[in-house]
Design a protein around this ligand. Structure first.
Ligand code: IMP
Ligand code: MG
Length: 192
């Protein structure tokens, strides 16, 4: 199936290089889900997956379908403000989850990518303050070289270099989310 890219260019023009193929993403989801199934096997509490919209919706749905322990799903939306392709550090809650009592919940936040770490750091703290029994986090991609806060995810799909990537839920200007792989966006797309 040929996917039409947003600017009408070819794959090699808009996407400089495929960084994480569909096959690798599949095996990452399988590996992380197996670890989650093991880690939460004996829990008598409620495992609540927190999907961070919109970027992690595809990763969350692939991961969820490999989870075999009882689980529930919530969604939240946080805006981290960007100037072109770098986050500014400001984090704002745009959409909250639909439950208020978190005392018997083991929350597992699912993120698409961790860059500076500010978004996730702020979200984890907010959810802990609300009394969640535990808060862990899982990310498909991690750019450890960009970190400005002390944060180590509990589950990591893959570390990547400091490149701006799109696809598999990740966007640039709301585009490219539908690509089945994660690719490095050609700099001319955002430098023009
Ligand atoms: P952080 O707060 O700096 O860790 O930024 C995290 C958020 O910025 C992610 O959830 C993404 O929405 C976005 N982001 C960071 N790096 C990239 C990227 O390379 N491509 C697309 N979005 C990104
Ligand atoms: Mg995100």
């Amino acid at each position: 199936m040929a996917i039409r890219l947003p600017l009408g260019g070819t794959m090699t023009e808009e996407i400089a290089r495929v960084l994480v193929s569909k096959e690798e993403i599949d095996s990452i989801c399988t590996r992380i889900a197996a670890q989650i199934n093991k880690d939460y096997a004996d829990s008598d509490k409620r495992l609540v997956i927190v999907c961070v919209l919109k970027g992690s919706m595809i990763f969350t749905s692939d991961l969820m379908r490999r989870i075999t322990v009882p689980m529930e799903l919530e969604c939240m939306k946080v805006a981290s403000y960007f100037s072109s392709t770098k986050s500014s550090g400001e984090v704002k809650l745009q959409l909250d989850m639909a439950r208020s009592d978190l005392t018997d919940c083991d929350l597992l936040i699912v993120e698409d990518i961790i860059d500076s770490g500010r978004t996730l750091y702020s979200l984890i703290n907010q959810l802990r303050e609300r009394g969640a029994r535990s808060v862990r986090c899982c990310t498909l991609l991690d750019k450890p070289s960009r970190r400005v806060v002390d944060l180590t995810p509990d589950y990591i799909g893959r570390e990547i270099p400091d490149e701006f990537v799109v696809g598999y839920g990740l966007d640039y200007d709301e585009k490219y989310r539908e690509l089945p792989y994660v690719g490095i966006l050609s700099p001319w797309v955002y430098e023009k």
